[in-house]
Design a protein around this ligand. Structure first.
Ligand code: ADP
Length: 210
């Protein structure tokens, strides 16, 4: 479970102060999908980064699995992130000339890919295929599998369907649903209304600088 209480974040470039995220509170429950919705620039990525301990908020508190990490050291936050959080960035950097299994193995300390990892996302049959031969949806599944290797209590994804056609988007969303049904806490930042079909909870952000 991830509990965010009154978290906010702004940026100062010297001449101008930008509010990236006005103070918001939200809880991402275990076994549920939380959809962070809102227009581009409304602060979805910023909130996802705060929830994933990648960014520190200017104010408010961040609790993960009941522990308050707001004022924890960078080392403690990194250790918690590695243990608990899988992060699927907006543009996952996969090695296109390596196989799906090799890409997943790179996220772990293992030299040999674990064949069961890709079966969890329905891709066991493509484990030895080079990433460049996979569809967009299959590549997204490889990125999700990789994220699950580094922490799987919570899975956070930034616009995971934005580059996918309808079929691929729906199968990736069905996968997120299943991963939540297995007990994980899933958070999806997205302006894609299809996410609403699989979400349990929703927070719509409003752009602050209008
Ligand atoms: P979204 O994910 O909803 O598109 P973001 O969280 O990426 O929104 O950004 C929210 C606002 O904060 C935007 O106006 C963006 O330009 C600004 N912002 C985000 N990151 C930075 C940064 N590192 N420096 C300055 N402004 C930023």
């Amino acid at each position: 479970m991830i509990e965010l209480h009154d978290v906010s974040r702004s940026y100062d470039d010297g001449s101008r102060r930008t509010t990236a995220l006005p103070a918001v509170s939200v809880t991402a429950r275990d076994g549920a999908v939380l959809w962070l919705a809102g227009a581009s620039g409304s602060g979805k990525s910023t909130l996802l980064g705060i929830a994933g301990l990648l960014l520190r908020p200017d104010s408010g508190s961040v609790r993960l699995g009941g522990t308050d990490f707001t004022r924890a050291s960078d080392a403690q936050r990194t250790a918690a992130r590695r243990r608990l959080i899988g992060f699927v960035p907006q543009q996952p950097r996969l090695f296109r000339d390596l196989t799906a299994a090799q890409n997943v193995a790179l996220a772990t300390a293992r030299a040999v890919p674990d064949p069961s990892a890709l079966s969890l996302v329905g891709l066991a049959h493509r484990a030895d295929s080079k990433v460049k031969t996979l569809s967009g949806g299959e590549q997204q599944r490889v990125a999700i599998t990789r994220a699950l290797q580094t922490g799987s209590a919570a899975l956070l994804a930034d616009e995971p369907t934005s580059a996918l056609d309808d079929d691929n988007a729906r199968s990736v969303l069905a996968l997120f649903r299943r991963l939540a049904d297995d007990g994980r806490c899933v958070v999806i930042a997205s302006h894609d209304p299809r996410v609403g079909e699989i979400a349990d909870d929703e927070l719509t952000l409003e752009a602050a600088n209008r």
